[in-house]
Design a protein around this ligand. Structure first.
Ligand code: NAP
Length: 454
């Protein structure tokens, strides 16, 4: 089956690619293994030179990469540029710190000398989604390459041009050929990559369904596995919050990337006392979002990435309305060409509705009114997911106490949930396991080895 690169703003095909057959795949995995056996002995300093060159190239090519994302998945140019800069910062971070993170740690025991060393493990497979087509890849590849591993990428089939651009980036940065390879394969062929004796580990960022499948294959073949899956982040607004600021951030968090972010504020939970006031601010600020052509500099929100994603989202919205939720803004696909869906708000979301239980991966804010603070915490935890969360209150110490009770990979207080290379990123419950970024991320794909010397 061909890979189709399609513009979601116009539904026009941009380019098609033929997917590889099994011989081609086997040959690339072989070459990736050969590249790794040579590169594994490269000193950190030499790897850092290439990684810093990747930083320079990302910045030099920012406009081209942003345009590619706009064309292939509808990301507005300004968001695309910010994504490329985020990639540059992550690469810079690992170029600077990987050696320290992988430094052996002495541990006093009954040995003459004992220590823990962090060693590369081989080829890491990344199965990545289309929503941040550059950053998701960099997030696994920059630490993996700096640790001395090789990477093979199975990118989402809707962003083949981004996938190939990333392969070219690492090549142009000076990494040896095949140390980072884009595999033009389909999701059903991922099992063959996991099964390959050359591949040591797999990291998936994607849906829960894909997570279950990849984890099952990884288990079958006894390969290390990291899963970054979906989320339905709680955004708790307490009575003493700065409502103006909280509403502005809620809008940014919920609607950036057309709502297609794993850590978007998907469940907005105001306490009863301020719920009406907060909702009117939310509506007012949501109305201000400028929707349009992602290639237009003034656009804040483009189309969704694919028509089928819009269909799924709208089914969830329509069912939730039938189940009692109240549409306050938008809540119907935009007529005309492309996969546009307006910034939308559903109020009165309760446990009887799909919007309460499911991840809405598009521009729809689900408002779940809580009776009080205890109820807000209960609702925040009443989900299968556990990725991000945030609490809004003028009393930061009090909000911090609440944060400790929320089951999620992170809680931000009076700030928008976002990833930062210095902090670990990942989830609990159905949001996955393992961590990316920081020293935790680079060590996920290291052999944490004990050395004991009498
Ligand atoms: P998806 O359908 O799971 O796709 C993600 C990747 O997995 C794609 O490369 C896809 O390939 C591949 N894939 C899908 N099913 C597979 C299978 N059965 N076996 C092997 N590979 C498979 O997810 P999506 O809809 O693109 O992305 C949205 C989801 O990702 C949301 O749930 C979102 O929250 C989550 N996400 C999580 C994070 C995080 O950091 N936790 C970040 C971003 C997104 P094809 O494209 O060829 O199907």
């Amino acid at each position: 089956m061909p890979y189709i690169s399609l513009n979601p703003a116009t539904s026009k095909t941009l380019k098609t690619f033929t997917s590889w057959d099994s011989h081609h795949l086997a040959s690339v995995l072989e070459q990736a293994h050969d590249a790794w056996t040579l590169a594994v002995h490269t000193p950190f300093a030499a790897r850092a030179v290439c990684m810093r060159q990747a930083v320079a190239l990302l910045r030099e090519r920012v406009d081209g990469y942003a345009r590619l994302m706009a064309l292939e998945m509808g990301k507005p140019l300004r968001e695309g540029r910010a994504e490329v800069e985020k990639c540059a910062l992550a690469c810079e971070y690992y170029a600077a710190h990987a050696e320290d993170f992988m430094q052996a740690e002495p541990v006093p025991t009954d040995a003459g000398r004992s220590y823990v060393s962090y060693e590369p493990i081989g080829i890491v497979l990344g199965v990545m989604p289309w929503n941040f087509p550059f950053f998701q890849v960099i997030r696994f590849a920059a630490p993996a390459l700096m640790a001395g591993n090789a990477c093979v990428l199975k990118h989402a089939s809707s962003v083949p041009q981004c996938a190939l651009a990333l392969e070219q980036l690492f090549l142009d940065a000076g990494f040896p050929p095949f140390l980072f390879s884009t595999l033009m394969i389909e999701s059903c062929d991922v099992v063959d990559v996991i099964a390959s004796h050359h591949v040591c580990a797999v990291t998936l960022t994607g849906s829960e369904a894909a997570g279950r499948e990849i984890a099952a294959h990884a288990g079958q073949h006894l390969k290390k596995c990291v899963l970054e899956l979906g989320g339905s982040d709680a955004f708790i607004v307490l009575a003493d919050a700065d409502l103006e600021q909280a509403a502005s951030v809620a809008v940014r968090s919920r609607f950036q990337n057309c709502g297609q972010s794993c850590i978007a504020a998907k469940r907005i939970i105001p306490v009863a006392e301020i719920a009406d006031a907060f909702l009117s601010l939310l509506v007012e600020k949501t109305r201000e979002r400028r929707v349009g052509d992602p290639l237009d500099e003034s656009t804040q929100m483009g189309p969704m990435a694919r028509l089928d994603l819009r269909e799924t989202l709208h089914e969830q919205v329509a069912d939730s309305i039938a189940q009692g939720a109240r549409p306050v803004l938008g809540c119907a696909p935009q007529a005309g060409e492309g996969a546009f869906y307006p910034p939308s708000i559903l109020d009165g979301v309760t446990s009887k509705t799909r919007a309460y239980h499911e991840e809405l991966f598009g521009p729809v804010a689900a408002v779940i009114r809580a009776e009080d603070e205890e109820d807000a915490i209960r609702i925040a935890n009443d989900t299968r997911f556990g990725l991000g969360s945030s609490v809004w209150s003028r009393d930061a110490a009090h909000a911090e106490a609440i944060a400790r009770r929320i089951q999620a990979g992170c809680t931000f207080i009076n700030g928008m949930v976002r990833s930062d290379p210095r902090l670990p990123f990942g989830g609990v419950k159905a949001s996955g396991f393992g961590r990316e970024l920081s020293h935790h991320g680079i060590r996920e794909f290291a052999n944490i080895k004990t050395v004991w010397i009498r």
